[in-house]
Design a protein around this ligand. Structure first.
Ligand code: GLN
Length: 487
């Protein structure tokens, strides 16, 4: 049962052909069998999961319905779930217990979903490979020598290894879409403001969004529907109607009448030819489904990395000031508060987090603020304007997610700049605030998944889901499973 999707399981549950307890037991067995090798989970609350499953089965017997009722999900370890740890994969937060539920978690609880456990990530979501986790190593289920991507690497690995039916991740510069691409899952970053950030440990507040990592586009639609919508606890959440995304995905897989934009700047130098070929084949496939392909241009996208690593680090330096040894988690004593802060932060944060705090403090410091931060904000507007212009000519944009498939563990960890450069195709989306999704579109000759990125204008999730669903349902990449040998 653990290999099935949300929509398949919700039908079986509704027909009385299985119980939520059955599903949770199957998922727990898969975790026992595989997670010793995959390393997706940081903490697992078996008893609580089974209690929630029993409660879901009772609720169903009492008449409650809904796609997520009784479905077990893995949660990225930066979302607050009352009573559970929330380490952000940092030593800084070891021992911290969340005192409240994030809004997305409260909504999942209302829908009757089961919160299985917490999955690994790059420390405070800073990274692209999950190698920056201070708490453990996560491997790519398709090849254990390779990274699962990041920062939501545990989310993608757990879903790809069938150790969760679906997962929630967060995406500041690609952290849902890139691990989804590396692990052969679907990952959706919603429009900024679509999903409440209340209870998400902030990395870069103007870029962060929570979103689903799933096995199919339909499942992403169902999970998004459950977590999206206005929340007065997050002033940046927008009061828009949330469509019934799941219901809108039908068996009609025609893309006739849709215009898909192909940005020439997204086929970057140094791109792996197999990735380029898989994406070009996907474009051809969409054309065969009836879509009209139009050339669009995003001339300022090439500045996205520079702009992102100024804005994201600036915001991170401010957001992470709260981890001072007084309020949360770790504390090392000192003779005065300054020494206490210094010792705690020196011991609690890993090197990538420190690098970003230092960079962010620098670009915000007097004398450099105008030259770096303010300038970056202006270029961010240009990047946003490029997308506005492009979406005048098309309904969605299709592109690669990453320049290469998943690389080997250790291959890029010694060279942060090399790793930053790989974010070239994902960061423009966060800077512009629009929505984007990654879906499987092929495999490299080495057997690693390749992702297709589908971008939509703000609050046009419906468009990207439609294109993604049509593509997925007429191809079979999403049906392939990694062969995982038990420990
Ligand atoms: N890889 C990017 C970074 O290191 C994106 C991370 C994210 O989206 N959280 O910042």
């Amino acid at each position: 049962m653990n290999t099935k999707t949300i929509s398949e399981l919700s039908e079986l549950l509704a027909a009385g052909e299985c119980t939520s307890v059955d599903i949770v037991n199957d998922v727990l067995s898969a975790i026992d069998e595989r997670d010793g090798r995959v390393g997706a989970y940081l903490t697992l609350d078996r008893e609580a999961a089974l209690e929630q499953a029993e409660a879901a089965d009772e609720a169903r017997a009492g008449g409650q319905t809904g796609a997520l009722l009784g479905i077990p999900l893995a949660i990225k370890d930066l979302l607050n779930v009352k009573g559970q740890p929330c380490t952000c994969a940092s030593k800084m937060l070891e021992g911290y217990t969340a005192p409240y539920d994030a809004t997305v978690i409260a909504r999942l609880r209302e829908a009757g979903a089961i919160l299985l456990g917490r999955v690994n990530m790059d420390e405070f979501a800073m990274g692209s490979s999950t190698e920056n986790s201070a708490l453990g190593k996560t491997c790519n289920p398709w090849n254990f020598d390779h990274v699962p991507g990041g920062s939501s690497g545990g989310s993608a690995a757990s879903v790809a290894a069938d150790e969760a039916i679906a997962s929630l991740g967060s995406d500041t510069g690609g952290s849902i879409r890139q691990p989804a691409a590396f692990c052969g899952c679907v990952g959706l970053k919603p429009t900024y403001g679509m999903v409440s950030r209340y209870g998400l440990t902030a990395f870069a507040s103007s870029l962060d969004q929570i979103g689903p990592v799933t096995k199919t586009v339909k499942d992403a639609a169902l999970l998004l529907e459950a977590i999206a919508g206005h929340d007065q606890k997050d002033s940046t959440s927008v009061d828009v109607d949330v469509p019934m995304f799941g219901k809108k995905l039908t068996d009609d897989h025609s893309l006739a009448g849709m215009k898909l934009g192909l940005p020439k700047e997204y086929f970057v130098e140094g791109m792996d030819p197999e990735v380029e070929q898989a994406v070009r084949d996907a474009v051809e496939h969409c054309k065969n489904l009836g879509a009209e392909i139009v050339d669009v241009s995003l001339p300022n996208a090439k500045y996205a990395i520079a702009v992102y690593y100024i804005i994201a680090t600036a915001e991170a330096s401010a957001n992470l000031a709260r981890f001072d040894g007084i309020r949360y988690g770790m504390r090392l004593d000192g003779k005065d508060p300054i020494e206490l802060y210094g010792k705690t932060r020196a011991a609690g944060f890993g090197s990538e987090v420190k690098r970003r705090i230092i960079l962010g403090t620098y670009v915000l410091s007097s004398g450099y603020y105008d030259a770096y931060y303010l300038r970056a904000q202006k270029v961010r507007t240009l990047i946003r304007n490029d997308f506005i212009e492009a979406f005048r000519q098309c309904d969605a944009i299709i592109a690669p997610v990453t320049p290469t498939p998943a690389y080997k563990i250790g291959e890029k960890s010694a060279d942060p700049l090399k790793m930053y450069l790989d974010d070239i195709l994902t960061t423009p989306v966060n800077l512009a605030g629009i929505c984007g999704m990654s879906i499987p579109c092929g495999f490299s000759s080495g057997g690693l998944p390749i992702g297709l990125q589908i971008l939509g204008d703000s609050f046009k999730e419906e468009n990207i889901l439609k294109v993604g669903h049509a593509y997925e349902q007429t191809t079979d990449w999403h049906k392939r499973k990694p062969a995982i040998q038990p420990v």
